[in-house]
Design a protein around this ligand. Structure first.
Ligand code: NAD
Length: 467
């Protein structure tokens, strides 16, 4: 199947293409069009022209439009799921592609129903003051390769719901499923409201600098987030930056190690660990350390990994060679520095970037796999004896996306949870996000939030009206 850009409601072809290979097999999935600077300009111009009318549509019209987009996602879920699995690697079933498409439709329907009515903040003899919210303009969306469709929906729907128009650029690793999804979605909207350009990282930089774009919503690595902030500075763009994390989980000594093993596993290994708010460092009290290691290993060794199109598999390959090599380096470095392999490591030669589920015991905070974001199927397990020390170690990094506390004593767990420096914190689970709950990072994990009314507000400017 041929893939095109979608600009002003038209399919636009490119001279240059790059091959997108299936990470499970190395076989060609399709050819990704590489947009030129002129094509980006055309997409921004189309979005700016469409903004003039889209921003004036009624709230009801935009709500209905978002529900219609959700319906397109539902109607095409199976086709998009299959393409997502072929391109990204994640399994079709379980917490894989169908789950992601279900999330897309669910988020779109929920966000369609959110409202930002005029707020009256004063109404007395001295006067009345109302807060009105206006759309920002053209929103540039830049997405990563781990949940390419869901994250695109998280960017697009609130933008459109609030009257903005969009130019999206997917990750070069997973552009095809986003190109196809946007082609389908754009058909239900007026021309120019939703546009897509694909290509290299350079295109993202050009978007961040672009005078015709008023806001960038970006999900990706901390390093790229910093670059975007710098490129966006001269045009003073609004920014929402959802960046990397290195989430800590703290296991208290009162847990039932067997009962929490499954939750710990999926908290860490959802999407092969290629998840922003996955559990990436596990701190376990010395009294239950061996038991937790034993039960986690027992659960992990029975989770089937293989080609995602095979419905028996619950985990697929790592998405790309760069990430595969990074995980391998971090695991090797930890082992060389004294980590004990409970499971995995030593990956087999290809085909496919299959990295085995890896559990490492006796890890220390100075190991690279603890201090850096591994973003893959390897979990370091650390021991602690004093809870204040564990919290200090959990908070010692310059990122703070999520965190978790595992205990039978919910009140005590909550007290500890609120001392963790992160945007979301879970008790006896990790990484569960919801469309009605604001999600975002503290410290180096980003700026702003997504989801819920708080997330919607980020696509608007405030106007105070005094009368
Ligand atoms: P990445 O930063 O390498 O790439 C993300 C996107 O940015 C891609 O579309 C890429 O083409 C583009 N890009 C690259 N250089 C750019 C530049 N100079 N200017 C503008 N755009 C540029 O990230 P990735 O490897 O695709 O994703 C993995 C990272 O994303 C991890 O760190 C992960 O934790 C993070 N992430 C965060 C969240 C969250 O919600 N906080 C969600 C998913 C992933």
């Amino acid at each position: 199947m041929g893939y095109n850009l979608s600009i002003n409601g038209e399919a636009v072809s490119c001279h240059e293409h790059v091959d997108i290979l299936n990470p499970a097999t190395g076989k060609l999935v399709g050819k990704c069009p590489v947009a030129t600077r002129a094509q980006l300009d055309a997409a921004v111009e189309a979005a700016a022209a469409a903004f003039k009318t889209w921003s004036k549509t009624s709230d009801e019209e935009r709500k209905n439009a978002c529900h219609a987009l959700a319906k397109v996602l539902e109607d095409n879920a199976e086709e998009l799921s299959k393409l997502l699995t072929e391109e990204q690697g994640k399994p079709l079933g379980g917490l894989g592609s169908r789950f992601e498409l279900g999330g897309c439709a669910g988020w779109a329907h929920f966000t369609a129903e959110l409202e930002l009515p005029v707020e009256v903040i004063q109404d007395n003899e001295e006067g009345r003051v109302e807060l009105h919210r206006h759309p920002v303009g053209v929103v540039g969306s830049i997405t990563p390769w781990n949940f390419p469709l869901m994250i695109a929906i998280w960017h697009i729907i609130p933008a459109i719901r609030t009257g903005n128009t969009v130019v999206i650029k997917p990750s070069p690793y997973t552009s095809l499923s986003t190109l196809r999804m946007i082609e389908l979605l754009a058909e239900t909207l007026p021309k120019g409201v939703l546009n897509i350009v694909s290509g290299s990282d350079e295109l993202g930089k050009l978007m961040s600098e672009h005078k015709g774009i008023q806001k960038i919503v970006f999900t990706g690595s901390c390093a790229t987030g910093e670059k975007i902030m710098a490129s966006a500075a001269p045009t003073l763009k609004r920014l929402t930056l959802e960046l990397g994390g290195n989430d800590a989980g703290i296991v208290l000594p009162d847990v039932d190690a067997k009962a929490i093993a499954e939750g710990l596993f999926w908290g860490a290994f959802i999407n092969n660990g290629q998840t922003c708010a996955a559990l990436k460092r596990l701190y376990v009290h010395e009294d239950v350390y061996d038991e937790v290691c034993e039960h986690l290993t027992a659960f992990a060794k029975n989770v089937p990994m293989g080609n995602g199109l095979d419905e028996n598999n619950a985990l697929g390959p790592v998405q790309n060679a760069m990430q595969y090599n990074k995980v391998n380096d971090l695991v090797n470095d930890a082992v060389a520095n004294g980590a004990r392999v409970l499971l995995g490591a030593n990956p087999q030669e290809g085909p496919g970037y299959f990295y085995p589920v890896t559990l490492l015991a006796d890890c220390t905070d100075d190991m690279r796999i603890v201090a850096e974001e591994q973003f893959g199927p390897a979990l370091p397990i650390l021991k602690y004896s004093d809870i204040d020390d564990a919290i200090a170690r959990a908070n010692s990094l310059n990122v703070g996306l999520g965190g978790s506390v595992w205990s039978n004593d919910i009140d005590r767990a909550k007290q500890i949870a609120t001392r963790m420096e992160c945007g979301s914190v879970w008790i006896n689970k990790h990484g569960m996000i919801q469309p009605n709950v604001p999600f975002g990072g503290v410290k180096g994990s980003g700026i702003g939030v997504e989801f819920g009314v708080e997330g919607l507000k980020e696509y608007t400017t405030i106007q105070a009206v005094f009368s």
